[in-house]
Design a protein around this ligand. Structure first.
Ligand code: KG4
Ligand code: ZN
Length: 322
């Protein structure tokens, strides 16, 4: 049994996953409400909250699985990328628990964790496949060759797709993080009401800063009343522009690599329009799209564990190492 711990941003999460990828327990405590009034995650607040929550969340995961630490064979924890203070809380907790029970520890890359959400039961996907990873912090097109390695085919040159959703949501007066709320509002709007251009950049890269500016200008032209009346149309059109850009790039990458299977992971993979636009793609289960620890424990099955007590020297990293 693998115990997973995730604290890279504003979710404190713990999960228990079996060696063959069955999720025995998955607990996610979101701090979103705590950060909402600041319009984004405040790193210092996130670290302090993780510190309060990490032990109770691990306890709850163990209770949900009907297990104790004595049943755990290894501990997988997110090492990076993310907020360094937040990561350090999870890493220190994992080190402490592993050390106390002389267990091996597996440092997991958060992005590989998102990909490993696809390896969970009941319907695991086997590499090779082409993977779109779209979250609040990253937008990557990955050529997944096997469970432990991949090549980056494309990335964003400015905002991440989830960031574009969040900034758009903010312009439309929705809460933070607004991706899911914008998705819900868009269901009541006309996606062809506005033509929002998405910049095409060379290769297989993405750019989302322009579409956000286009939405800003569109909202500025409207009075308060008009904006209220057109909000759903704006949301639907904005969402369509982002989804179209993502789908176009995925199709191009599939054509270039000859990939037969396509998968989508990360918070934006929860978007209903994106899922509908890629019906043939395998999307991560909804509950494992946004940050969670089941995906971290899943990735921990394919990464070599660091033996006791060598992992005590491990450090967190803020930016992507992949
Ligand atoms: O993977 P994730 O939980 O955290 C990162 O690793 O960044 O992704 C969070 C992002 C946020 O930007 C959030 O607004 C977005 O995923 N998101 C969505 C939806 N659900 C979450 N974006 C669009 N539609 C959704 N349904
Ligand atoms: Zn994430």
């Amino acid at each position: 049994m693998i115990l997973g711990i995730e604290t890279s941003c504003d979710e404190t999460a713990s999960a228990l996953v079996s060696a063959d990828g069955e999720v025995l327990a998955s607990v996610v405590s979101s701090q979103a409400d705590l950060h909402a009034r600041f319009g984004g995650v405040v790193p210092e607040i996130a670290s302090r909250r993780h510190l309060e929550l990490v032990t109770p969340v691990v306890r709850e995961a163990l209770a949900e699985a009907g297990a104790t630490l004595a049943d755990v064979d290894r501990i997988a924890v997110t090492q990076g990328p993310g907020l360094v203070g937040a990561l350090l809380v999870g890493l220190a907790a994992a080190k402490g628990m592993a050390w106390a029970r002389r267990l091996p520890l597996v440092p997991v890359d958060h992005l590989r964790g998102h990909v490993a959400s696809l390896y969970l039961q009941p319907d695991p996907l086997e590499p090779p496949f082409l993977c779109l990873l779209a979250s609040g912090g990253h937008t990557l097109l990955l050529d997944i060759r096997d469970h432990a390695s991949h090549a980056i085919l494309g990335t964003t040159i400015d905002d991440a797709a989830g960031e574009a959703f969040d900034k758009g949501a903010r312009l439309l007066g929705l809460g933070y993080p607004g991706g899911a709320e914008l998705d819900r509002l868009a269901a009541h709007g006309d996606p062809t009401a506005y033509e929002f251009p998405v910049a095409r950049v060379p290769g297989l890269d993405f750019s989302f800063s322009g579409v956000k500016t286009a939405l800003l200008y569109a909202t500025k032209e409207l009075s308060e009343d008009e904006l209220a009346a057109r909000r759903a149309d704006l949301a639907a059109s904005y969402q369509r522009a982002i989804v179209r850009a993502l789908v176009e790039r995925v199709s191009e990458a599939a054509a270039q690599t000859g990939a037969k299977r396509i998968a989508i992971v990360g918070g934006v993979a929860a978007n209903s329009a994106l899922r509908a636009a890629l019906p043939e793609a395998k999307a991560a289960a909804l509950e494992y799209c946004t940050d969670n620890a089941a995906m971290i424990a899943s990735a921990g099955r394919y990464v070599e564990a660091v033996p006791y007590p060598r992992y005590l020297a491990l450090d967190a990293y803020a930016s992507a190492e992949v």
